[in-house]
Design a protein around this ligand. Structure first.
Ligand SMILES: Cc1ncc(COP(=O)(O)O)c(C=O)c1O
Ligand SMILES: N[C@@H](CCOP(=O)(O)O)C(=O)O
Length: 469
């Protein structure tokens, strides 16, 4: 399998090299040159497989040529063996034909564990084979950071730097990152917002001189391996609900467009998906595109769903690439214009094509709380604010009541006590045993100004197990 850049100018890579990358050298994102497509019979034959075996079948074509089957199987068994629920991603029925896919049974209680537990193991495997060390610089609005640290903390050949927006993640999220110690683990609180953090990561890929020759790797969803692992649970959910004989729809709480893009790929790989709903919070650039063909930046607001406080949505570029017939030059033009503050709309037929599959809704904080309260009253289920946004959007945008609707349950409510309290459900939240003393643990974190040079200087000072590179 080869991977090409959405901007058409970077060299094509194999899986191993794409894993050890982030942005392509032309600033684009890597996508498979040819997406594998499964037959309905093949997909049907996977019903009832344990999660790790399904994962092997779905992801195998993407790693072929880089990781032998036996090694990949072993890595997957270990990866999904750490999840606390036997089903790994259980489906919980809310009512009739409405389901929540619980993606929060991994070590850090958010869907990011599905990909980052795997990514850490893949990095270990590949780096040991190559005898190479790398530096990771990642940006988080709260969940990617802890999942990446948890996934990579034991990696011998990795130093990891996670940038989060100072005072703009929940206390549980912050502590999940800052209480994990290791000479290769570094938390940096940036005096800015998530987009600032993400922009620093992207700028670091463009000019890596501060790393003095050490390779830079991404843990954000700009790294193809993140998206690849997230495709699997769409198959897993659909197979439990009668797929592929029956189609299924999904509502996806969205920020960086990674999770929902994985659903779009699952559909292109042969899984019958009827509708994909883009569910945003007040930071609604993706909803404004889907509803009115306008992709224009606005001010980023802090909300009760902080993990989705994102305006510049990385993976949207991957969708645009397909919508533009995989014309890299066209995407480079759109993205340059966007970077300069321009914003854009796309030709009407491209937008109409996107709208055949995608619907969208922006949900504000008040509606988020109302939905948490409503679902709790109806079912006794306590939703986290991000999942609540998915439920609200599913209920507003659903095209057919006969088609099962799956809402991705992207995080555990215990991570967001403020939202739960504001919803007024009066249910006490309890951290799971492995995090029970989270509030008593010491924290380690460096606050830095919103300044690329300051961050890069910090990385080069500490990038070799706490010592200078
Ligand atoms: C809990 C939660 N829900 C939803 C999202 C949105 O996912 P994506 O950025 O892949 O759209 C994120 C992070 O981005 C998240 O942490
Ligand atoms: N919501 C994310 C933001 C980063 O997105 P990613 O999927 O590109 O890593 C977070 O919680 O950190």
């Amino acid at each position: 399998m080869r991977y090409i850049s959405t901007r058409g100018q970077a060299p094509a890579l194999n899986f191993e090299d794409v894993l050890l990358a982030g942005l392509a050298t032309d600033g684009g994102l890597y996508v498979p040159e040819n997406l594998p497509r499964f037959t309905q019979e093949e997909i049907a034959s996977w019903a009832g497989l344990p999660y790790h075996e399904l994962a092997f079948r779905v992801m195998r074509p993407f790693v072929t040529g880089s990781i032998p089957d036996a090694d990949f199987k072993k890595i997957l068994e270990e990866t999904y063996g750490v999840f606390s629920h036997n089903a790994v991603a259980p489906l919980r029925q809310l009512n009739g034909n409405e389901w929540v896919l619980e993606l929060f049974h991994g070590p850090t209680l958010a869907f990011k564990d599905f990909a980052l537990q795997l990514l850490g193991r893949l990095l270990d495997y590949v780096l040991e084979k190559r005898g190479e060390r790398v530096v990771i610089v990642g940006a988080t609005s709260g969940d990617t950071g802890s999942a990446a640290i948890e996934g990579c903390k034991h990696c011998e050949n990795v130093d990891i730097f996670i940038l989060h927006p100072h005072n703009r993640v929940s206390e549980v999220q912050r502590r999940q990152m800052t209480t994990i110690f290791g000479e290769n683990i570094h938390n940096i609180a940036i005096e800015g917002n998530f987009d600032d953090c993400q922009e620093m990561v992207k700028a670091s890929f463009a000019d890596q001189s501060f790393l003095k020759g050490t390779r830079l790797v991404a843990v954000n969803s700009i790294n193809w391996a993140r998206i690849m692992a997230q495709i699997v649970y769409y198959f897993h959910a659909a197979l439990q609900l009668g797929g592929p004989a029956r189609s299924v729809s999904f509502s996806v709480p969205t920020g960086n467009f990674g999770d929902i893009f994985a659903g779009y790929l699952a559909r292109n790989m042969g899984l019958p998906i009827n509708q994909l709903i883009v569910a945003t919070n007040r930071n609604d650039i993706l909803h404004r595109f889907m509803s009115g063909n306008q992709y224009v930046k606005e001010t980023l607001h802090a909300t009760l769903s902080p993990s989705m406080d994102i305006m510049v949505s990385s993976n949207f570029e991957r969708l645009l690439f397909d919508l533009h017939g995989r014309n890299g030059a066209a995407i480079a033009g759109l993205m340059d214009n966007f970077k300069q503050g321009g914003g854009f709309s796309v030709e009407q037929e491209r937008w109409t094509e996107a709208r055949k599959l995608f619907d969208s809704l922006a949900v504000d904080d008040a509606q988020t709380c109302e939905t948490i309260a409503e679902v709790f009253e109806q079912t006794g289920e306590l939703l986290d604010p991000h999942t609540a946004i998915g439920v609200k959007a599913a209920r507003e945008c659903r095209r057919s009541l006969d088609i099962p609707m799956v809402i991705l349950g992207t995080a555990h409510p215990v991570k967001f006590p403020d939202a739960v309290e504001k919803a007024g459900v009066g249910k006490a939240l309890e951290l799971p045993v492995h995090l029970a003393d989270l509030f008593e643990r010491d924290e380690r974190c460096t606050v830095l100004p919103n300044d690329l040079k300051a961050v890069q200087a910090f990385v080069s000072q500490h990038g070799n197990r706490g010592k200078p590179l």
